[in-house]
Design a protein around this ligand. Structure first.
Ligand SMILES: [Zn+2]
Length: 237
């Protein structure tokens, strides 16, 4: 492909070099655990997320290893350990969160904080819209249906409804943590808000809320853990 032709398009939704290595590691762990069945589910997450990012025409920076691990690390470990419901529950959570974010960008109504209902700027962590939430539920349902379709023989039984619920629980957990304990920063001069601590606006940004060590990647990782836990615990009954 001619790299110079459409630089914006080629960069969008793609992976940074470290992200490629991390994605290969996640793919290898999932393949080792569940072969093509696991890869089909993982690929559905990756492909749908990339397509929606393009649809939203968001100039997302290329994903780093940290971001790939935050979204796929829990699924990789679960697949490697042979825990099918946990693995697909984690992927359902990552998918729900991605679809909610990308489809929520089309919401005509400004997002509101999941905790207090206060209006927040678009893309702010912890903010939810009706459209994004419906999109997230649809994303979890698609992964759940697909996971049920390719479910390996002998995997712990779990209904598609359970996997979808696990994905939605992960998405809600993501919003709750994003609204409460995720680190938020402000420029001391102009009050512009940031979600990353190593930014300089008029001067270096200052922590105004949350835990300094918990950034968006940490929250994503926690959300996939919630998805994995709900699916694993639910499939035991
Ligand atoms: Zn400023």
């Amino acid at each position: 492909m001619h790299r110079g032709a459409r630089p914006g398009k080629l960069e969008r939704g793609w992976l940074a070099p470290g992200g490629v290595a991390a994605a290969l590691a996640v793919g290898a762990a999932v393949a080792w655990g569940y072969g093509w069945r696991g890869l089909v589910v993982l690929f559905a997450f990756f492909l749908s997320g990339s397509l929606l990012t393009q649809l939203a025409e968001r100039r997302a920076p290329r994903r780093t290893a940290r971001q790939v691990i935050a979204n796929g690390g829990v699924a990789a470990v679960a697949a490697w350990l042979g825990a099918w419901p946990a693995a697909v529950g984690a992927i359902a959570a990552a998918t729900a969160d991605t679809w909610a974010t990308e489809l929520g960008a089309f919401s005509p109504i400004a997002p509101r904080l999941i905790t207090t209902g206060a209006r927040v700027t678009r893309g702010a962590s912890g903010g939810i819209t009706a459209l994004g939430t419906i999109g997230g539920v649809a994303g979890a349902a698609v992964i759940a249906a697909l996971a049920q379709l390719v479910r390996p023989r002998g995997a712990a039984p779990g209904s598609a409804a359970l996997i979808a619920a696990a994905g939605v629980a992960g998405m809600l957990g993501d919003s709750l943590l994003g609204a409460t304990v995720q680190a938020k920063y402000e420029c001391p001069t102009c009050d512009a808000r940031f979600e990353s601590g190593n930014r300089v606006c008029h001067e270096p940004v200052r922590l105004t809320r949350g835990w300094r060590w918990l950034d968006n990647d940490g929250v994503n990782l926690a959300a996939t853990l919630v998805g994995a836990a709900v699916a694993a615990l639910g499939s035991r009954h």
